[in-house]
Ligand binder design. Structure first.
Ligand SMILES: *Cc1c(COP(=O)(O)O)cnc(C)c1O
Length: 372
């Protein structure tokens, strides 16, 4: 069991305005009618329920998860929106998939045969989205013969299966290197051009939606990063300014002190204070999923940048203050304060991690809330 800190002045906000804006930008760029937001892995760390709620409010048409439990959690919390499960679920859970109306990725003919016995008692046919491996090399049909066999099997068992989706996934759609993308696209055409198309043909992730919309079907897209306000090419193909950052992480000063020259700060005392320096402590640390590589990065206090001093501790970090500020002063760790803003992109530049590698670790001790 993980405990969420409700009695601590540290909170992660998901901006409804930003989610709505980023969804609209994505839809426009991709000319998409139907946008499924990828909310797998706790919505890239942003928070499964909060992000899904913001997405539904902001105009998403569906949600996409990786594992069955994520989909079940959404259904249990009242989400009636279409949900796509993108990874392989064990065939013995076919009935749960069907009864919760989950669009299910099927990557082999074997899976359909293994799942069928479990569908005898299901209340409705299982919605099958056939995944085609065009070069991602993860999961998916790799031959037309096997695809044909599965289609026949589904048609022979209409009470058990509904052929509902056809998809593939591109391994590189977000950079100026386009050769492998085109190789995958050619393979997609080869395998699917003369194969019956179901209601939901979906091939685009964020990169493909933003940068290849003219070349691929984009009626239905599966977008993650771009809606989270992270530019899919990390700025290589387009400046990120068309997106709005989604996350704000704020806290308060819980301790303030004046230092003497040579006083150490935090584990290993890698920082030594100067005479008279004011230092504040904030209740947030690597125990909340922040990387310790943020040592030396900045936070915002009263619209000014202040440096994180010494190593992040598990539950606290220390920052240099411009002077003796009162306890309870707001500290913005991610987000905007006045003219200054700290984003996941800045953290990525500072630490060398990708923005989503940083967000994915933000854990459940952080209480989350949707803000305007
Ligand atoms: C995660 C995922 C997506 C979303 O990818 P982004 O690059 O974040 O847009 C789309 N499709 C599949 C199969 C995925 O696993």
């Amino acid at each position: 069991m993980s405990v969420t800190a409700d009695h601590r002045p540290t909170k992660l906000y998901i901006s409804q305005h930003a989610v709505t804006h980023n969804l609209a930008e994505t839809r426009k760029a991709a000319h998409a009618k139907t946008v499924f937001l990828a909310v797998k892995a706790n919505a890239y760390g942003f928070g499964l329920l909060e992000m899904s709620r913001a997405a539904v409010n902001g105009g998403a048409d569906g949600l996409a998860v990786a594992v069955l439990d994520e989909a079940l959690a959404l259904r249990q919390h009242g989400f009636t929106i279409p949900i796509l499960v993108m990874s392989i679920v064990m065939p013995q859970y076919a009935e749960e998939l069907a009864d919760n109306d989950l669009i299910t990725t099927v990557a082999s003919d074997q899976w359909l045969h293994d799942a069928q016995p479990y569908l005898a008692q299901a209340g409705q046919p299982l919605k099958v989205s056939m995944g085609i491996d065009t070069g991602m090399g993860r999961i998916g049909y790799r031959s037309r013969a096997e695809m044909d066999a599965s289609l026949q099997f589904m048609q022979a068992h209409p009470d058990d299966f509904e052929y509902y989706g056809l998809m593939t996934h591109f391994s590189q759609a977000d950079s100026s290197e386009v050769d492998y993308f085109h190789k995958q696209l050619a393979r997609w055409h080869e395998l699917t051009d003369t194969f019956p198309h179901p209601p939901m043909v979906h091939v685009a992730n964020s990169g493909a939606a933003m940068y290849h919309a003219d070349e691929i079907p984009t009626d239905v897209i599966r977008a993650g990063t771009v809606v989270y306000g992270i530019e899919p090419s990390l700025g290589e193909l387009r400046d990120a300014s068309y997106l709005e950052p989604v996350l704000t992480l704020t806290t308060q000063l819980i301790f303030v002190k004046q230092m003497h020259a040579g006083d150490g700060i935090s584990y290993g005392h890698i920082y030594e204070a100067k005479e008279g320096e004011w230092v504040g402590t904030i209740p947030l640390g690597y125990g909340d999923g922040l990387t310790r590589r943020l040592t030396g990065a900045e936070v915002l206090v009263n619209g000014q940048r202040c440096q994180i001093l010494g190593k992040l501790a598990m539950d606290a970090m220390m920052i240099r203050l411009p002077g003796p500020l009162p306890l309870g002063t707001k500290v913005t760790v991610l987000g905007r304060d006045g003219d200054e803003e700290i984003t996941l992109d800045e953290w990525a530049d500072f630490t060398g991690f990708a923005p989503w590698e940083l967000s994915i670790n933000l854990n459940d001790r952080l209480i989350r809330e949707i803000s305007e």
